[in-house]
Write a protein that binds this ligand. Structure first.
Ligand SMILES: [Zn+2]
Length: 109
């Protein structure tokens, strides 16, 4: 486990990295010693897991994480523009803007 967001940031696309870094900064403000459990994309949305967080503020932290995860469903994971959940190649769910969707369709075919 690592406290450092840089250890996790590349586990999500470039478009979500500002969102994840913003969330990390907000959480770090509340508990400077908090520990990240995992950061990843699942079913087209951001998942951000805590491994350790100062107890009194835990609910606040979960609210911040929920807000960031909700935002990820409207943010293109590749470029950060407004995006939607799409089906890449018919089975692979991603949140992408129309342009990145087109790029993925052509490069992953
Ligand atoms: Zn995009």
């Amino acid at each position: 486990m690592s406290k450092d967001i840089d250890h996790w940031i590349d586990d999500v696309g470039k478009g979500w990295q500002p969102l994840v870094r913003g969330l990390d900064a907000n959480l770090r403000d509340i508990d400077p010693d908090y520990i990240i459990g995992q950061v990843k994309e699942k079913f087209s949305g951001l998942r951000f897991y805590l491994d350790a967080f100062a107890k009194p503020d835990y609910d606040h932290a979960l609210k911040l994480i929920e807000a960031a995860e909700a935002l990820s469903f409207k943010t293109c994971e590749d470029c950060g523009m407004a995006g939607d959940r799409v089906n890449v190649n018919g089975f692979w769910l991603k949140t992408l803007c129309p342009l990145c969707f087109k790029i993925r369709q052509t490069t992953s075919a």
